[in-house]
Design a protein around this ligand. Structure first.
Ligand code: NAD
Length: 349
């Protein structure tokens, strides 16, 4: 590789900022993909990478994803993402978070952070002592903002219903079978709402106790994590890991619909065609899982209350319909159609 510009995940990012703070031991990468629509917003990931090059790739790929997600959510925000390179013991100190906050402040609003994997609301409270360019903080009841998880779940629930309406001609989930991968924040909210509407659930999590607790609460059953992708069901809802849709896993799917909250579900862009060829309706991940960023984005923009956040999340089904209409009309797969729409919105069509 000759230079950073040759990184496979480099996509004409506006800014890639490398941060080193010797005193606290902080090492971080802040990537701003696009500010075409507004300040680049996206969470901070705290992760141990075997190679620092993997951290660069993650920041580049995830920040591009945020540009697409924010644009498709109709937010006046660009796309950015940051990664903090944790040591093998995942040491996290107040000094490190403070240094990180100063680094964000130094970018004068080019990048706005929030939580992601490994960063809690409590961590953000520390970071917020050093910078105003932050969201996902605790908020007063009824205001926009705070934990994005329940809002992501709400959007995913509405997206699953839209997919069911389109593919199965059903107005609600009553009597339908949902296979849910994961029993964490997003999966739990989805499971509760789907069960309340009468859906039958099969749930898998590598943490069996979590899967069992959620199944007990929602009247569902559990299955081994390696079996969830082949369950015969009406909907598979990936709500755990990325890159789970590979040529092999798609060939073994036993569902007419894949619609879930996990980020980066397709192992590569080519898998979009494989889903289409199997006539499986796919809800592009960054469109269906935008509820959380809508919530923290509106918090940052100082816009509105919880009711307005929910009203905006309720536009997700309409966006999915537009994508599926275009996909049907053009024969192009839904993931490619969504990417093209997002690129146009950020001035890169
Ligand atoms: P979480 O950490 O609360 O839950 C994830 C769950 O997945 C955990 O319980 C974990 O044990 C389980 N898991 C890990 N590997 C698994 C496997 N191989 N099989 C089955 N289960 C497995 O995380 P979350 O906030 O619920 O996020 C879930 C997904 O949704 C992630 O891909 C995340 O990036 C995405 N997402 C989350 C939000 C949000 O607001 N929280 C927003 C957008 C996208």
């Amino acid at each position: 590789m000759d230079s950073l510009w040759d990184y496979p995940d480099f996509d004409a990012h506006e800014l890639v900022h490398f941060v080193t703070d010797h005193e606290s031991g902080l090492r971080a990468i802040i990537a701003v993909h696009s500010r075409h629509l507004g300040p680049a917003a996206g969470g901070t990931r705290f992760w141990h990478y075997a190679q620092s090059g993997e951290a660069v790739a993650d920041a580049l790929r995830l920040s591009r994803g945020m540009s697409f997600k924010n644009a498709m959510a109709g937010l006046p925000l660009g796309g950015g993402k940051a990664v903090i390179l944790a040591d093998a013991g995942r040491t996290k100190t107040e000094a490190m978070l403070a240094a990180y906050g100063k680094a964000i402040e130094g970018l004068c609003g080019a990048y706005v952070t929030a939580e992601d994997v490994g960063i809690s609301v409590g961590d953000l409270v520390e970071v917020a002592k050093q910078t105003r360019y932050i969201s996902g903080l605790p908020v007063a009841s009824g205001r926009a903002g705070g934990d994005p998880g329940p809002y992501t779940s709400y959007g995913v629930f509405l997206g699953v219903k839209a997919a069911v309406r389109r593919k199965l001609g059903r107005d609600n989930l009553s009597g339908l079978h949902l296979a849910i991968q994961g029993a964490g924040s997003v999966a739990s909210g989805l499971a509760r709402q789907a069960a309340a509407e009468g859906a039958r659930l099969t749930i898998a999590d590598v943490d069996q106790a979590k899967a069992e607790a959620l199944a007990a609460e929602t009247g569902g059953t559990t299955i081994a994590p390696d079996a969830i992708m082949t369950v015969a069901a009406d909907v598979l809802s990936p709500c755990a890991l990325g890159a789970i849709l590979t040529p092999e896993s798609i060939a073994a799917l036993n569902v007419p619909i894949v619609a879930g909250g996990a980020n980066n579900q397709l192992a590569t862009q080519a898998e979009g065609d494989l889903l289409r060829d199997r006539d499986i309706l796919y809800a592009p991940d960054y469109v269906i899982n935008a509820g959380g960023i809508i919530n923290v984005g509106m918090e940052y923009l100082g816009e509105g209350d919880e009711a307005q956040v929910r009203a905006r999340i309720e536009q997700i089904p309409g966006r999915l319909e537009t994508i599926w209409d275009e996909s049907e009309a053009s024969g192009r797969n839904a993931a490619d159609v969504a990417d093209d729409m997002a690129r146009k919105l950020i001035g890169r069509g």
